[in-house]
Design a protein. Structure first.
Length: 221
């Protein structure tokens, strides 16, 4: 937990949010930042701002789903409760069934391709490093992370990577933040959009803001 993150500062950033470019992507990243606090009021404000810029429930929902990869199940469940209260869904209660062979193959194949896009020329080095420490973890990264979750439709990979940046800024996870700022650029996010997201969150991320500024500065040089 990043003790330097400031919920009051994030609320203030949401109040001031008035983007001239890429409003939906930036609003979605601010929503991701709000999830890190697991606090109803700031998440509700972020949803309201996102709706103002045309975001639908499906986009918020996808960011909630991917949040467990970076924030864990407790905060994901808190976020989905707030989202459901504000924007109710009509899902059936019988959605739990066995995973099919086709699903698992699809998750592996799509996950492998997306992983390569996000990490670019560093993908083999990371695979070797993680596999040497914990081969199960690398396998889960591909199937669970990049396949089952991050390859889902409704939100494009640029928006997903920007949201991941927001999670990691707020958590001040500098090593992973470096990977995903680079990943956002690798999948096609314009550098000015990446910088805008970093500055939209700004001091609300506490030490994570300084880390993000250092990283984007290094990557631009």
């Amino acid at each position: 937990m990043n003790q330097s993150a400031d919920i009051g500062a994030l609320t203030h950033r949401l109040d001031l949010f008035s983007p001239d470019r890429h409003p939906a992507e930036r609003a979605l990243a601010l929503y991701a930042a709000s999830i890190t606090f697991a606090e109803d009021g700031v998440m509700a404000k972020a949803i309201e701002r996102g709706q103002h810029y045309g975001l639908r429930r499906s986009s918020f929902y996808e960011i909630v789903l991917q949040s467990y990869l970076f924030l864990g199940f407790p905060r994901m469940l808190t976020a989905v409760e707030t989202l459901h209260r504000l924007l109710p869904a009509n899902n059936s209660a019988d959605g739990c069934g066995p995973i099919t062979t086709q699903e698992s193959k699809q998750w592996f194949n799509e996950g492998s391709e997306l992983y390569k896009k996000v990490y670019g020329p560093n993908n083999l080095r990371l695979m070797d490093r993680v596999s040497a420490m914990a081969p199960e973890v690398f396998r889960w990264m591909i199937i669970e992370g990049y396949g089952k979750v991050l390859s889902r439709p409704n939100v494009d990979i640029i928006s997903r990577e920007l949201a991941i940046m927001a999670f990691l800024m707020m958590e001040n996870r500098e090593k992973q933040l470096h990977s995903h700022i680079r990943g956002a650029l690798n999948v096609g996010a314009p550098p000015e959009l990446v910088t805008s997201v970093i500055d939209d969150i700004g001091p609300a991320a506490g030490n994570g803001y300084g880390a993000a500024k250092r990283i984007i500065g290094q990557l631009k040089t």
